[in-house]
Design a binder for this molecule. Sequence first.
Ligand SMILES: NC(=O)c1ccc[n+]([C@@H]2O[C@H](COP(=O)([O-])OP(=O)(O)OC[C@H]3O[C@@H](n4cnc5c(N)ncnc54)[C@H](O)[C@@H]3O)[C@@H](O)[C@H]2O)c1
Length: 438
Amino acid sequence: MRVAVIGLGYVGTTTAACLAADGHEVVGVDVNPLKVAMIGRGESPIVEDGIAERLSGAVDGGRLRATGSAADAVAGTEISLICVGTPSRADGSLDLEHLLAATETVGKALAGSDRYHVVAVRSTMLPGSLVEQVIPVLERSSGRRAGAGFGVAVNPEFLREGDAVEDFTNPPFTLIGQYDERSGATVAGLYGRIESPLVRTEVKVAEAVKYASNIFHALKISFANEMGVLLQSLGVDPFPVLDIFKMDTSLNISPAYLRPGFAFGGSCLPKDLRAALHAAELNDLDLPVLGAILPGNEAHLARGVEMIVAAGRKKVGILGFSFKAGTDDLRESPLVALVETLAEQGFDLRIYDKDVSLARLVGANKEYIETAIPNIASLLSDDLGQVVDHAEVLVIGNATPEFAAIADRAGPDTMVIDLVRIRDDVEGFGPGYRGISW
Ligand SMILES: NC(=O)c1ccc[n+]([C@@H]2O[C@H](COP(=O)([O-])OP(=O)(O)OC[C@H]3O[C@@H](n4cnc5c(N)ncnc54)[C@H](O)[C@@H]3O)[C@@H](O)[C@H]2O)c1
Protein backbone atom coordinates (compact mmCIF):
# COMPACT_ATOMS: atom_id res chain seq x y z
CA MET A 1 0.00 0.00 0.00
CA ARG A 2 1.01 3.63 -0.30
CA VAL A 3 1.31 5.24 3.15
CA ALA A 4 2.10 8.67 4.53
CA VAL A 5 3.68 8.67 8.00
CA ILE A 6 3.27 12.08 9.61
CA GLY A 7 5.81 12.77 12.37
CA LEU A 8 9.19 11.05 12.22
CA GLY A 9 10.07 10.58 15.88
CA TYR A 10 10.44 7.19 17.59
CA VAL A 11 7.04 5.89 16.55
CA GLY A 12 6.94 7.46 13.08
CA THR A 13 10.46 6.43 12.08
CA THR A 14 9.96 2.87 13.31
CA THR A 15 6.58 2.66 11.59
CA ALA A 16 7.92 4.11 8.34
CA ALA A 17 11.03 1.91 8.23
CA CYS A 18 9.21 -1.31 9.18
CA LEU A 19 6.27 -0.75 6.80
CA ALA A 20 8.68 0.02 3.97
CA ALA A 21 10.71 -3.09 4.85
CA ASP A 22 7.45 -5.06 4.59
CA GLY A 23 7.08 -3.84 1.00
CA HIS A 24 4.81 -0.82 1.39
CA GLU A 25 5.56 2.44 -0.36
CA VAL A 26 6.09 5.00 2.41
CA VAL A 27 6.41 8.79 2.47
CA GLY A 28 7.51 10.26 5.80
CA VAL A 29 6.57 13.81 6.78
CA ASP A 30 8.06 16.00 9.48
CA VAL A 31 8.16 19.71 10.28
CA ASN A 32 11.81 19.27 11.25
CA PRO A 33 13.85 19.65 8.03
CA LEU A 34 16.87 17.94 9.61
CA LYS A 35 14.89 14.72 10.04
CA VAL A 36 13.59 14.93 6.48
CA ALA A 37 17.12 15.44 5.18
CA MET A 38 18.50 12.54 7.23
CA ILE A 39 15.92 10.15 5.84
CA GLY A 40 16.66 11.49 2.38
CA ARG A 41 20.27 10.37 2.93
CA GLY A 42 19.10 6.96 4.18
CA GLU A 43 20.06 7.79 7.77
CA SER A 44 17.86 7.13 10.77
CA PRO A 45 16.87 10.15 12.89
CA ILE A 46 16.54 7.85 15.92
CA VAL A 47 18.86 5.38 17.59
CA GLU A 48 17.06 2.07 17.65
CA ASP A 49 18.29 -1.45 17.08
CA GLY A 50 17.46 -2.71 13.56
CA ILE A 51 16.11 0.60 12.24
CA ALA A 52 19.22 1.92 10.44
CA GLU A 53 19.48 -1.04 8.06
CA ARG A 54 15.74 -1.23 7.40
CA LEU A 55 15.61 2.49 6.74
CA SER A 56 18.64 2.70 4.45
CA GLY A 57 17.52 -0.44 2.59
CA ALA A 58 14.06 1.01 2.04
CA VAL A 59 15.41 4.39 0.90
CA ASP A 60 17.85 2.69 -1.49
CA GLY A 61 15.06 0.44 -2.78
CA GLY A 62 12.84 3.48 -3.47
CA ARG A 63 10.16 2.41 -0.99
CA LEU A 64 10.79 5.21 1.52
CA ARG A 65 11.28 8.94 1.09
CA ALA A 66 10.64 11.96 3.32
CA THR A 67 9.20 15.40 2.73
CA GLY A 68 8.24 18.49 4.69
CA SER A 69 4.96 18.72 2.84
CA ALA A 70 1.96 16.78 4.10
CA ALA A 71 0.10 17.81 0.94
CA ASP A 72 2.74 16.09 -1.20
CA ALA A 73 2.60 12.93 0.94
CA VAL A 74 -1.19 12.73 1.20
CA ALA A 75 -1.68 13.31 -2.51
CA GLY A 76 0.04 10.09 -3.50
CA THR A 77 -1.08 7.74 -0.73
CA GLU A 78 -4.10 5.78 0.52
CA ILE A 79 -3.47 6.14 4.27
CA SER A 80 -1.97 8.77 6.55
CA LEU A 81 -0.62 7.46 9.85
CA ILE A 82 -0.31 10.36 12.28
CA CYS A 83 2.59 9.73 14.68
CA VAL A 84 3.34 13.19 16.11
CA GLY A 85 4.01 13.76 19.81
CA THR A 86 1.20 14.20 22.35
CA PRO A 87 3.09 15.55 25.38
CA SER A 88 1.87 16.59 28.84
CA ARG A 89 1.08 20.21 29.62
CA ALA A 90 2.36 21.65 32.92
CA ASP A 91 -0.92 20.72 34.63
CA GLY A 92 -0.69 17.10 33.42
CA SER A 93 -3.37 17.45 30.75
CA LEU A 94 -2.75 16.02 27.31
CA ASP A 95 -1.48 18.51 24.74
CA LEU A 96 -2.96 17.73 21.31
CA GLU A 97 -1.62 20.91 19.72
CA HIS A 98 0.92 19.16 17.44
CA LEU A 99 -1.52 16.39 16.64
CA LEU A 100 -4.29 18.78 15.64
CA ALA A 101 -1.87 20.90 13.62
CA ALA A 102 -0.74 17.79 11.72
CA THR A 103 -4.38 16.76 11.31
CA GLU A 104 -5.19 20.12 9.80
CA THR A 105 -2.43 19.83 7.20
CA VAL A 106 -3.75 16.39 6.24
CA GLY A 107 -7.32 17.73 6.07
CA LYS A 108 -6.24 20.61 3.83
CA ALA A 109 -4.46 18.13 1.58
CA LEU A 110 -7.73 16.20 1.24
CA ALA A 111 -9.77 19.30 0.37
CA GLY A 112 -10.96 19.52 -3.19
CA SER A 113 -10.34 15.86 -3.93
CA ASP A 114 -12.87 13.04 -3.96
CA ARG A 115 -10.23 10.34 -3.64
CA TYR A 116 -10.79 7.98 -0.68
CA HIS A 117 -8.04 8.31 1.94
CA VAL A 118 -7.91 7.02 5.53
CA VAL A 119 -6.46 9.09 8.35
CA ALA A 120 -5.32 6.82 11.20
CA VAL A 121 -3.90 8.24 14.43
CA ARG A 122 -1.09 6.21 15.89
CA SER A 123 -0.22 8.76 18.60
CA THR A 124 -1.55 8.12 22.09
CA MET A 125 -4.62 10.18 22.92
CA LEU A 126 -7.35 9.95 25.56
CA PRO A 127 -10.60 8.13 24.72
CA GLY A 128 -12.92 10.45 22.84
CA SER A 129 -10.10 12.45 21.22
CA LEU A 130 -10.60 11.10 17.70
CA VAL A 131 -14.30 11.77 17.53
CA GLU A 132 -14.40 14.97 19.56
CA GLN A 133 -11.22 16.67 18.38
CA VAL A 134 -9.53 15.05 15.39
CA ILE A 135 -12.59 14.46 13.20
CA PRO A 136 -13.97 18.03 13.57
CA VAL A 137 -10.57 19.43 12.50
CA LEU A 138 -10.42 17.03 9.56
CA GLU A 139 -13.96 17.83 8.44
CA ARG A 140 -13.47 21.59 8.76
CA SER A 141 -10.13 21.66 6.95
CA SER A 142 -11.10 19.22 4.20
CA GLY A 143 -14.71 20.30 3.71
CA ARG A 144 -15.53 16.56 3.55
CA ARG A 145 -17.38 14.18 5.85
CA ALA A 146 -15.72 11.47 7.93
CA GLY A 147 -16.93 8.04 6.91
CA ALA A 148 -18.24 9.32 3.58
CA GLY A 149 -15.50 11.47 2.02
CA PHE A 150 -12.59 9.90 3.89
CA GLY A 151 -11.97 7.19 6.46
CA VAL A 152 -10.73 7.60 10.04
CA ALA A 153 -9.31 5.21 12.60
CA VAL A 154 -6.96 4.94 15.52
CA ASN A 155 -4.10 2.47 15.36
CA PRO A 156 -2.24 2.79 18.69
CA GLU A 157 1.40 1.84 18.82
CA PHE A 158 2.67 -0.49 21.58
CA LEU A 159 6.40 -0.44 20.87
CA ARG A 160 9.00 -0.09 23.60
CA GLU A 161 12.00 2.08 22.80
CA GLY A 162 15.06 -0.16 22.52
CA ASP A 163 12.90 -3.08 21.31
CA ALA A 164 10.92 -1.10 18.76
CA VAL A 165 11.53 -3.29 15.70
CA GLU A 166 10.84 -6.52 17.57
CA ASP A 167 7.67 -4.97 19.04
CA PHE A 168 6.57 -3.72 15.62
CA THR A 169 7.12 -7.01 13.84
CA ASN A 170 5.97 -9.26 16.68
CA PRO A 171 3.41 -7.30 18.72
CA PRO A 172 0.98 -8.91 21.20
CA PHE A 173 -1.72 -7.72 18.82
CA THR A 174 -2.33 -5.11 16.16
CA LEU A 175 -5.11 -2.83 17.34
CA ILE A 176 -7.41 -0.82 15.10
CA GLY A 177 -10.22 1.37 16.43
CA GLN A 178 -12.39 1.83 13.36
CA TYR A 179 -14.82 4.65 12.75
CA ASP A 180 -16.46 2.46 10.15
CA GLU A 181 -15.86 -0.88 8.46
CA ARG A 182 -14.09 0.47 5.39
CA SER A 183 -11.63 2.57 7.42
CA GLY A 184 -10.72 -0.44 9.57
CA ALA A 185 -10.31 -2.74 6.57
CA THR A 186 -8.02 -0.22 4.86
CA VAL A 187 -5.73 0.13 7.90
CA ALA A 188 -5.73 -3.68 8.37
CA GLY A 189 -4.29 -3.93 4.84
CA LEU A 190 -1.02 -2.52 6.20
CA TYR A 191 -0.42 -5.42 8.54
CA GLY A 192 -0.82 -8.47 6.31
CA ARG A 193 2.77 -9.52 7.01
CA ILE A 194 2.31 -9.45 10.78
CA GLU A 195 1.19 -12.74 12.25
CA SER A 196 -0.05 -11.48 15.61
CA PRO A 197 -3.82 -11.23 16.17
CA LEU A 198 -5.49 -8.28 14.53
CA VAL A 199 -8.14 -6.68 16.75
CA ARG A 200 -10.65 -4.32 15.16
CA THR A 201 -12.87 -2.58 17.67
CA GLU A 202 -14.64 0.68 18.51
CA VAL A 203 -12.50 3.81 18.37
CA LYS A 204 -12.88 4.68 22.07
CA VAL A 205 -12.05 1.14 23.14
CA ALA A 206 -8.81 1.17 21.14
CA GLU A 207 -7.88 4.61 22.46
CA ALA A 208 -8.47 3.33 26.01
CA VAL A 209 -6.54 0.05 25.59
CA LYS A 210 -3.38 2.09 25.15
CA TYR A 211 -3.97 3.86 28.49
CA ALA A 212 -4.94 0.65 30.29
CA SER A 213 -1.69 -0.90 29.04
CA ASN A 214 0.64 1.93 29.98
CA ILE A 215 -0.97 2.52 33.38
CA PHE A 216 -0.71 -1.20 34.13
CA HIS A 217 2.93 -1.29 33.08
CA ALA A 218 3.66 1.67 35.35
CA LEU A 219 1.81 -0.05 38.18
CA LYS A 220 3.74 -3.30 37.66
CA ILE A 221 7.08 -1.50 37.78
CA SER A 222 6.12 0.37 40.95
CA PHE A 223 4.79 -2.86 42.51
CA ALA A 224 8.06 -4.67 41.78
CA ASN A 225 10.12 -1.74 43.10
CA GLU A 226 8.13 -1.39 46.31
CA MET A 227 8.08 -5.16 46.87
CA GLY A 228 11.87 -5.08 46.45
CA VAL A 229 12.21 -2.35 49.08
CA LEU A 230 9.83 -4.12 51.47
CA LEU A 231 11.48 -7.52 51.06
CA GLN A 232 14.98 -6.14 51.43
CA SER A 233 13.95 -4.53 54.73
CA LEU A 234 12.71 -7.95 55.85
CA GLY A 235 16.06 -9.51 54.92
CA VAL A 236 14.73 -11.31 51.84
CA ASP A 237 16.30 -11.17 48.38
CA PRO A 238 13.42 -9.99 46.16
CA PHE A 239 14.73 -11.70 43.01
CA PRO A 240 13.97 -15.35 43.86
CA VAL A 241 10.68 -14.17 45.38
CA LEU A 242 9.53 -12.45 42.20
CA ASP A 243 10.93 -15.23 40.01
CA ILE A 244 8.82 -17.80 41.85
CA PHE A 245 5.89 -15.36 41.98
CA LYS A 246 6.01 -15.13 38.16
CA MET A 247 5.80 -18.93 37.83
CA ASP A 248 2.15 -18.68 38.88
CA THR A 249 0.40 -18.04 35.60
CA SER A 250 -3.01 -18.95 37.05
CA LEU A 251 -3.42 -16.08 39.47
CA ASN A 252 -0.32 -13.84 39.39
CA ILE A 253 0.67 -13.31 35.75
CA SER A 254 -2.72 -14.05 34.26
CA PRO A 255 -6.13 -12.59 33.43
CA ALA A 256 -7.28 -13.38 37.00
CA TYR A 257 -8.50 -10.36 38.99
CA LEU A 258 -8.45 -8.10 35.91
CA ARG A 259 -12.19 -7.58 35.75
CA PRO A 260 -13.92 -4.51 37.14
CA GLY A 261 -16.29 -5.47 39.94
CA PHE A 262 -16.76 -4.82 43.65
CA ALA A 263 -14.24 -4.24 46.43
CA PHE A 264 -12.07 -7.14 47.55
CA GLY A 265 -12.35 -8.64 51.00
CA GLY A 266 -12.19 -12.00 52.70
CA SER A 267 -9.93 -13.40 55.33
CA CYS A 268 -6.61 -12.97 53.51
CA LEU A 269 -6.04 -9.97 51.24
CA PRO A 270 -6.86 -7.13 53.68
CA LYS A 271 -5.14 -8.85 56.60
CA ASP A 272 -1.97 -9.66 54.68
CA LEU A 273 -1.70 -6.19 53.20
CA ARG A 274 -2.07 -4.66 56.66
CA ALA A 275 0.64 -6.93 58.08
CA ALA A 276 3.08 -6.11 55.28
CA LEU A 277 2.38 -2.37 55.55
CA HIS A 278 2.78 -2.50 59.32
CA ALA A 279 6.17 -4.15 58.89
CA ALA A 280 7.11 -1.45 56.36
CA GLU A 281 6.09 1.25 58.82
CA LEU A 282 8.28 -0.24 61.54
CA ASN A 283 11.16 0.04 59.07
CA ASP A 284 10.24 3.65 58.19
CA LEU A 285 9.58 2.75 54.58
CA ASP A 286 7.61 4.94 52.25
CA LEU A 287 5.57 2.61 50.00
CA PRO A 288 2.83 4.82 48.56
CA VAL A 289 1.64 2.39 45.88
CA LEU A 290 1.16 -0.53 48.26
CA GLY A 291 -0.21 1.90 50.86
CA ALA A 292 -2.89 3.14 48.46
CA ILE A 293 -4.46 -0.27 47.91
CA LEU A 294 -6.65 -0.48 51.02
CA PRO A 295 -7.85 3.16 50.77
CA GLY A 296 -8.63 2.54 47.09
CA ASN A 297 -10.66 -0.50 48.05
CA GLU A 298 -12.58 1.46 50.70
CA ALA A 299 -13.33 4.20 48.17
CA HIS A 300 -14.78 1.57 45.86
CA LEU A 301 -16.94 0.17 48.64
CA ALA A 302 -18.17 3.70 49.38
CA ARG A 303 -19.04 4.05 45.68
CA GLY A 304 -21.34 1.02 46.00
CA VAL A 305 -23.03 2.51 49.07
CA GLU A 306 -23.48 5.86 47.29
CA MET A 307 -25.15 4.18 44.30
CA ILE A 308 -27.70 2.55 46.59
CA VAL A 309 -28.32 5.75 48.56
CA ALA A 310 -28.66 7.71 45.31
CA ALA A 311 -31.39 5.33 44.11
CA GLY A 312 -33.60 7.08 46.69
CA ARG A 313 -35.61 4.00 47.70
CA LYS A 314 -35.68 2.40 51.12
CA LYS A 315 -36.48 -1.27 50.45
CA VAL A 316 -33.24 -2.94 49.42
CA GLY A 317 -32.59 -6.59 48.66
CA ILE A 318 -28.98 -7.77 48.83
CA LEU A 319 -28.15 -10.87 46.81
CA GLY A 320 -24.91 -12.38 48.02
CA PHE A 321 -23.37 -11.62 51.39
CA SER A 322 -20.03 -13.45 51.52
CA PHE A 323 -17.02 -11.80 49.87
CA LYS A 324 -17.27 -14.05 46.80
CA ALA A 325 -19.60 -16.63 45.35
CA GLY A 326 -19.41 -20.21 46.58
CA THR A 327 -18.18 -19.54 50.11
CA ASP A 328 -19.88 -18.83 53.44
CA ASP A 329 -16.89 -16.82 54.70
CA LEU A 330 -18.07 -13.43 55.92
CA ARG A 331 -14.78 -12.21 57.36
CA GLU A 332 -14.06 -8.75 55.94
CA SER A 333 -16.73 -9.22 53.31
CA PRO A 334 -17.26 -5.82 51.70
CA LEU A 335 -20.96 -6.72 51.57
CA VAL A 336 -21.10 -6.96 55.35
CA ALA A 337 -19.59 -3.47 55.52
CA LEU A 338 -22.06 -2.23 52.88
CA VAL A 339 -25.03 -3.72 54.73
CA GLU A 340 -23.89 -2.31 58.07
CA THR A 341 -23.66 1.18 56.56
CA LEU A 342 -27.08 0.90 54.95
CA ALA A 343 -28.64 -0.50 58.16
CA GLU A 344 -27.27 2.47 60.12
CA GLN A 345 -28.86 4.80 57.59
CA GLY A 346 -32.28 3.23 58.14
CA PHE A 347 -32.66 1.20 54.94
CA ASP A 348 -35.21 -1.63 55.04
CA LEU A 349 -32.97 -4.56 54.11
CA ARG A 350 -33.36 -8.23 53.24
CA ILE A 351 -30.36 -10.39 52.38
CA TYR A 352 -30.19 -13.64 50.44
CA ASP A 353 -27.13 -15.88 50.34
CA LYS A 354 -27.77 -19.60 50.40
CA ASP A 355 -24.24 -20.47 51.54
CA VAL A 356 -24.41 -18.04 54.43
CA SER A 357 -27.91 -19.27 55.39
CA LEU A 358 -26.52 -22.76 55.63
CA ALA A 359 -23.56 -21.54 57.65
CA ARG A 360 -25.97 -19.87 60.06
CA LEU A 361 -27.33 -23.29 60.90
CA VAL A 362 -24.24 -25.46 60.91
CA GLY A 363 -21.04 -23.96 59.50
CA ALA A 364 -17.89 -22.57 61.04
CA ASN A 365 -19.32 -19.08 60.52
CA LYS A 366 -22.24 -19.72 62.88
CA GLU A 367 -20.44 -18.08 65.78
CA TYR A 368 -19.26 -15.13 63.67
CA ILE A 369 -22.80 -14.47 62.49
CA GLU A 370 -24.27 -14.71 65.98
CA THR A 371 -21.63 -12.65 67.76
CA ALA A 372 -20.14 -10.21 65.25
CA ILE A 373 -23.24 -9.26 63.25
CA PRO A 374 -26.29 -10.37 65.29
CA ASN A 375 -28.46 -7.43 64.16
CA ILE A 376 -27.73 -8.18 60.51
CA ALA A 377 -28.18 -11.95 60.83
CA SER A 378 -31.88 -11.34 61.38
CA LEU A 379 -32.09 -9.74 57.90
CA LEU A 380 -31.02 -12.97 56.19
CA SER A 381 -33.72 -14.81 54.31
CA ASP A 382 -33.59 -18.33 52.88
CA ASP A 383 -36.05 -17.38 50.18
CA LEU A 384 -34.70 -15.63 47.08
CA GLY A 385 -38.23 -14.89 45.84
CA GLN A 386 -39.13 -13.17 49.10
CA VAL A 387 -36.05 -10.91 48.91
CA VAL A 388 -36.78 -10.06 45.28
CA ASP A 389 -40.43 -9.25 46.07
CA HIS A 390 -39.40 -7.04 48.98
CA ALA A 391 -36.88 -5.02 47.00
CA GLU A 392 -37.35 -1.70 45.25
CA VAL A 393 -33.58 -1.86 44.74
CA LEU A 394 -31.88 -5.20 44.21
CA VAL A 395 -28.13 -5.28 44.77
CA ILE A 396 -26.19 -8.14 43.18
CA GLY A 397 -23.28 -8.44 45.59
CA ASN A 398 -21.45 -11.55 44.48
CA ALA A 399 -21.36 -13.65 41.34
CA THR A 400 -23.53 -16.57 42.49
CA PRO A 401 -24.78 -18.07 39.19
CA GLU A 402 -28.47 -18.07 40.18
CA PHE A 403 -28.40 -14.24 40.31
CA ALA A 404 -27.80 -14.07 36.55
CA ALA A 405 -31.48 -14.87 35.93
CA ILE A 406 -32.68 -12.18 38.29
CA ALA A 407 -33.85 -9.93 35.47
CA ASP A 408 -36.63 -12.42 34.78
CA ARG A 409 -37.81 -12.43 38.39
CA ALA A 410 -37.57 -8.75 39.30
CA GLY A 411 -40.52 -6.50 38.53
CA PRO A 412 -40.17 -3.82 35.83
CA ASP A 413 -39.98 -1.08 38.47
CA THR A 414 -37.20 -2.74 40.45
CA MET A 415 -33.84 -1.07 40.11
CA VAL A 416 -30.93 -3.52 39.81
CA ILE A 417 -27.53 -2.39 41.09
CA ASP A 418 -24.95 -4.89 39.90
CA LEU A 419 -21.62 -4.79 41.75
CA VAL A 420 -20.10 -7.79 39.95
CA ARG A 421 -21.38 -7.71 36.33
CA ILE A 422 -23.29 -10.93 36.82
CA ARG A 423 -23.68 -11.38 33.07
CA ASP A 424 -22.20 -9.69 30.05
CA ASP A 425 -25.46 -9.06 28.18
CA VAL A 426 -26.45 -6.48 30.78
CA GLU A 427 -28.95 -4.95 28.34
CA GLY A 428 -31.19 -7.90 29.33
CA PHE A 429 -31.82 -6.18 32.65
CA GLY A 430 -33.69 -3.26 31.14
CA PRO A 431 -33.54 0.47 31.90
CA GLY A 432 -33.43 0.15 35.71
CA TYR A 433 -30.05 -1.56 35.61
CA ARG A 434 -26.87 0.08 36.94
CA GLY A 435 -23.37 -1.41 36.96
CA ILE A 436 -20.85 -0.04 39.47
CA SER A 437 -18.38 0.93 36.72
CA TRP A 438 -19.91 -0.13 33.43
N1 LIG B 1 8.07 6.67 22.10
C1 LIG B 1 7.42 5.56 22.35
O1 LIG B 1 7.99 4.55 22.79
C2 LIG B 1 5.97 5.47 22.07
C3 LIG B 1 5.35 4.21 22.04
C4 LIG B 1 3.99 4.12 21.75
C5 LIG B 1 3.27 5.29 21.52
N2 LIG B 1 3.87 6.50 21.59
C6 LIG B 1 3.08 7.68 21.28
O2 LIG B 1 3.32 8.02 19.92
C7 LIG B 1 3.33 9.44 19.74
C8 LIG B 1 4.64 9.89 19.18
O3 LIG B 1 5.65 9.62 20.10
P1 LIG B 1 7.20 9.76 19.73
O4 LIG B 1 7.96 9.33 20.92
O5 LIG B 1 7.46 9.13 18.41
O6 LIG B 1 7.30 11.36 19.57
P2 LIG B 1 8.57 12.22 19.10
O7 LIG B 1 8.54 13.46 19.91
O8 LIG B 1 9.82 11.37 19.11
O9 LIG B 1 8.28 12.55 17.58
C9 LIG B 1 7.26 13.38 17.16
C10 LIG B 1 7.64 13.92 15.77
O10 LIG B 1 6.53 14.63 15.24
C11 LIG B 1 7.02 15.75 14.54
N3 LIG B 1 5.96 16.73 14.36
C12 LIG B 1 5.42 17.57 15.27
N4 LIG B 1 4.43 18.29 14.72
C13 LIG B 1 4.33 17.88 13.43
C14 LIG B 1 3.48 18.24 12.35
N5 LIG B 1 2.54 19.16 12.48
N6 LIG B 1 3.65 17.62 11.16
C15 LIG B 1 4.62 16.68 10.99
N7 LIG B 1 5.45 16.30 12.00
C16 LIG B 1 5.30 16.89 13.19
C17 LIG B 1 8.18 16.24 15.39
O11 LIG B 1 9.07 17.08 14.68
C18 LIG B 1 8.81 14.89 15.80
O12 LIG B 1 9.78 14.50 14.86
C19 LIG B 1 2.97 10.02 21.10
O13 LIG B 1 1.59 10.18 21.19
C20 LIG B 1 3.41 8.94 22.05
O14 LIG B 1 2.70 9.00 23.28
C21 LIG B 1 5.22 6.61 21.83
